[in-house]
Every structure is written in C-alpha cells, then in structure tokens.
Design a binder for this molecule. Sequence first.
Ligand code: FAD
Length: 470
Amino acid sequence: MTVKEPAAPESTFAATLAALRDALGDDAVRVGDAIGERPMTDWTRHGPTRPAALLLPRTTEQVARALMICNDARQPVVPQGGMTGLAGGSIPRAGDIALSLDRLAGVEEIDSAAATITLRAGTTLQTAQEAAAQAGFELALDLGARGSCQIGGNLATNAGGNRVIQSGTARDQVLGLEVVLANGAVLSSLNKMVKNNTGYDLKHWFIGSEGTLGVITRAVLKLQPQRASRHTALVALNGYEQAVALLRRLSTRFGNDIGAFEIMWPDFFDFGVKLTGTRSPFAEPHPLYALIEHASFDADDDGARFSNALTDALDESAIRDAVIAQSIADTRALWAIRECTAEFPVKLDPINFDVSLPIGEIGAFVDRCRVALDRAWPGNESYFFGHIGDSNLHVTVDGRSVPGVDHHDVYALVYDMLAPLRGSVSAEHGIGLLKREFLPVSRSAEELAAMRAIKHALDPNGILNPGKLF
Ligand SMILES: Cc1cc2nc3c(=O)[nH]c(=O)nc-3n(C[C@H](O)[C@H](O)[C@H](O)COP(=O)(O)OP(=O)(O)OC[C@H]3O[C@@H](n4cnc5c(N)ncnc54)[C@H](O)[C@@H]3O)c2cc1C
C-alpha cells in the first residue's frame, strides 16, 4: 500500500485556485496586484492585508460552487460587501480568500401588492432606496454610508442607522433571505409573507452574524408607504434630561412620525461644524443639540404642526432654541454636521465606540466617561453623539490626542464602565475583529456557548470569516 504524502500548502492552494477558475471563470478570480486596494481593509483602515485571492461571483450558483471548493480545501473565506464596516469584520488575513458580492448586484423585483423588494446582496443601499422610491414606496433603512454599503453587508451587520426609531433595524425589514452555507448548500427562503410560523425562522441566524455562518446572496425586504413630507429641526437643549423629555413629548404628539432623533454633545457639534466648513445656526453655544426629523404621510403637511410643537416647547422652556430647515439645502447642511463622521478616518485616528445602554442612563454615562477619559489621558479629544431614540451612544476618541496610548487601553476603560450597566459593546456596527475580546462584557458564557454551537453546526470546518466575532 502506498501512503500519499499530504500536499504542500502551496500546491493545495494552487489546486484550489485552479478549481475556482474552472468554476467561476478566469475573470472572477484575481490574485496579486490585480486584487487592488479595496479588499484589503474596511472603513476602519485597520491592518490593510492583501487576501490570497479575490473572488467576484456573479450568481448564487457561483457563490455555492466557490464555497464548496473552499470548504473541501479547508480554505478560509471572508465575505466582503461595500467595505464600509466599522468593526473590521471584512478585513482579510494574509491566507484568506476574499469573496466580494460586488457583481451579484441589482434589483430583481418590486412586488407592489406585497410591498416588497427583492434584491441581490451586492446592491448598494442607495440603489435599493432609489428603486423603492421610483415605485412609490420607501425602504426604511438609511445610514450615512448608503452610497457604498451593500444590502448583504447591511443584513450581515444588522445595520441600524438614522431611522431605527421609526422602523427598526435592518433585521426588522427582512421577510426572506437566500444564504449559501459553508459547504455550498443554498438556503433559499425568499419568503414574502408576513406570517410564516413553520419552524425555526432561520433568516435571523444569519442577520447580524457578520459573515461567520453563511454568505447572504439575496433578500426580500419590506417596503413602507412613502412619507410625503419631511421637516428637519436642530434644537438646542439644557442637557440630557431635557432631551429625553423632548423625545417623549414629541413621540406623544406625533407617534412614529418622528423619523430621527440624533443627539450631539458640544464637542461633536463644534467639531462637525468645523469639519463641514459651515456655521452654527445658533448665536450662542448650548449644552446639547438634537437633530430631529418629522416625517409625515400627509402630502399637505407644511411643517406647521411640527413647528408649533417646537414653539410650544420653547414657550414652556422645554427647549432653549430651535431652527427649522426651510429648504433642501438647509436640511442637507444640518445633516452634514451629524454625518461628518464619514470624515473621521481621514481627519482623525478614530477609536470608535457604538454602545447601547438604557436611554435613561446615557446622560450620566457620558458625564462619567468624560471624567474617566480626562483623568486617564488629560488633553484627550473625544466626541459624543448618538441615535438616542434607539438607546445607542457613539463615542470617538481621537487617537492622535493620546499619543503612545494603546487603543486597547481606551477600549478597556470604556467597556469596564459599561459592564455593570449590562450595556452592549455593539449597538449596530458588530463585533468583527476589533471588539472580539470584549464580547463577554455583553454576553454570558452560556450565550457564547450557544453561539459557538450554531457556528459549529453550520460551518464545522470553520472556513467562514475565521477570527471574527469569537
Ligand atoms: C459614514 C458611515 C456611516 C455609517 N453609519 C452607520 C449607521 O448609522 N448605522 C450602522 O449600523 N452602521 C453604520 N456604518 C457602518 C457600515 O456602513 C455598516 O456596518 C454596513 O452595514 C456595512 O455594510 P457593507 O456592505 O459595507 O459591509 P462590509 O463592511 O463589507 O462587511 C461588514 C460585515 O458583513 C460581512 N458581509 C458583507 N457582505 C456579506 C454578505 N453578502 N454575506 C455575509 N456576510 C457579509 C463581512 O464579512 C463583514 O463581517 C457607517 C459607516 C460609515 C462609513
């Protein structure tokens, strides 16, 4: 009997590449310089690494064949969407193969009766939003990265964004999902029905799983009726308690016509004004700012009711001041301040937090956090803001203002403060690479064991996005 020597890694990889080229075609398999810069890192700009190869499948079947080949070869694969992630989830390691969904893009169907849109995973969020609008609907999901992020990435991270207060997270928009498992099996459940209690609702395992359980290839999302009028205001407030009271007051008056309620502490607001090269619409500085959107189904709503509500609040000293955007240009200018975070990776060395904690506790947490940061690193430049209506606080510490300090120490300081509050270390960006070590702050040993069991059941060889999440 002859004993076959195990193949050398290079020849195994060469054989895997050859099989992939055979299955997908030469133009869908790139190596070396042909890979380009984009697949090397995400929006965090952390540890850019060239993957061993880049796959660009065009169909679900090609994704399935690629994964089957990689699974047989025990070849790690990192799924990649728009690369706008803020947790390092799509950053490859040197030996990984990157699987891009860029070419698996496009709107497949809009079903006006069911009010659904069926999308391929590589479709950008903005393309999906525009298609929905053209058909007279609205896709509720919205975030600053809309022009680049993809539906597959949005679902894999369970993205939040600006309208969660009104319509929920990405998860809440999904009716059906098609996913390719590590072994190439296709779970195609492009369900359009609202009610379907036929056993486990498998789609929820993949939403928010950050590419560790399967590759999302298509999705059926719910569409909402179009909100015919939108009005945006920037409100100046005394402090956090006043912000929460205003949110409750407006919710009582307008229900879920309040489409966004974004809070900016002065450090963030002043920095945003500077970055966008605009001017504060207020004559004097204030302790806190809220960017609020009122979105109504009534096409004749001229904003008077929203404006009156803010005038009443002003008369009763429930707010300090308010400006209401009078034009699309005004609206864009106000949102630009809030969305200046897109510039953070370029202008700062950002150490980002996207934590969740009960809404009533966020104000005190911010105060304590600031004191702790100042005590540990006097002179640090930190920015506090967030989607407060969804109990989501963002903090960005500029690494340049704490030279020589290990980012890990900054993470540890903030997460140690979060732990006793049973807060979440990720409200919306995911765990990815950057928060792995801190997952136990928010998850018990039993929960982690259940997650690992699911991972093992669906991806026993651990080829899908290894090193992420756990
Ligand atoms: C300016 C800016 C603003 C942002 N605002 C928000 C915000 O308000 N709310 C928010 O939640 N996020 C926000 N983000 C973060 C980011 O846009 C989201 O996490 C987005 O959902 C990522 O989508 P993507 O296509 O870029 O995914 P990528 O960055 O490419 O990947 C993210 C993760 O998903 C996995 N993945 C990607 N595609 C698939 C697929 N088809 N199947 C399986 N796994 C896949 C990857 O492996 C990785 O783990 C913002 C980012 C930027 C740059």
